[in-house]
Design a protein around this ligand. Structure first.
Ligand code: FES
Ligand code: FES
Length: 166
């Protein structure tokens, strides 16, 4: 099936088997290997990308379901410099092996937007105002993103610092 979508601001047209997942389309057909395949069963969040402003598990979504969509992967979050959230992950040591990190960051960007704007209208980690999140709420909202290195203290600190920035 023919499919056209925009990934990180660039339009792509692909001719894919209808069974190809969005994750495999991104990694194997577009060479965007930032999104990781952990469980391939919707359980770990390593494959999280942002589709139409909403965070999704790309391993559970067929590519052909995203015809016309705007997709953002971790590769699309940084400009000339790393985004504020990416820098905060480094500052707070929010990773060890790094395998879960692209999914954690994509998920957190969309989550902060969900909290600050209600339903997200566009993707950015430049928040329009401070977002107040308790540690409990943060843990619940990020519960779909597992870290096998258990770097949660650093991950949470990075997200909370970004959330509280104006
Ligand atoms: S690889 Fe998609 S949720 Fe684990
Ligand atoms: S940093 Fe290794 S799985 Fe999270």
């Amino acid at each position: 099936m023919k499919l056209s979508f925009t990934v990180n601001g660039t339009e792509h047209t692909l001719d894919l088997d209808s069974r190809v997942t969005l994750l495999d389309a991104l990694r194997d057909h577009l060479g965007l290997s930032g999104s990781k395949k952990g469980c391939d069963h919707g359980q770990c969040g390593a494959c999280t990308v942002i589709a139409g402003g909403r965070r999704i598990n790309a391993c559970l979504s067929l590519a052909v379901m995203h015809d016309g969509d705007e997709i953002t992967t971790v590769e699309g979050l940084a400009g000339p410099e790393l985004s504020a959230l990416q820098q905060a992950f480094i500052k707070h040591d929010g990773f060890q092996c790094g395998y879960c990190t692209p999914g954690q960051i994509c998920s957190a960007v969309a989550m902060l937007r969900e909290v600050s704007d209600g339903w997200p209208s566009h993707v950015s980690d430049s928040l329009t105002g401070p977002v107040r999140l308790s540690r409990e709420e943060l843990a619940e909202r990020m519960s779909g993103n597992l870290c096998r290195c258990s770097c949660y203290p650093g991950i949470n600190a990075a997200i909370l610092e970004t959330a509280e920035a104006e």
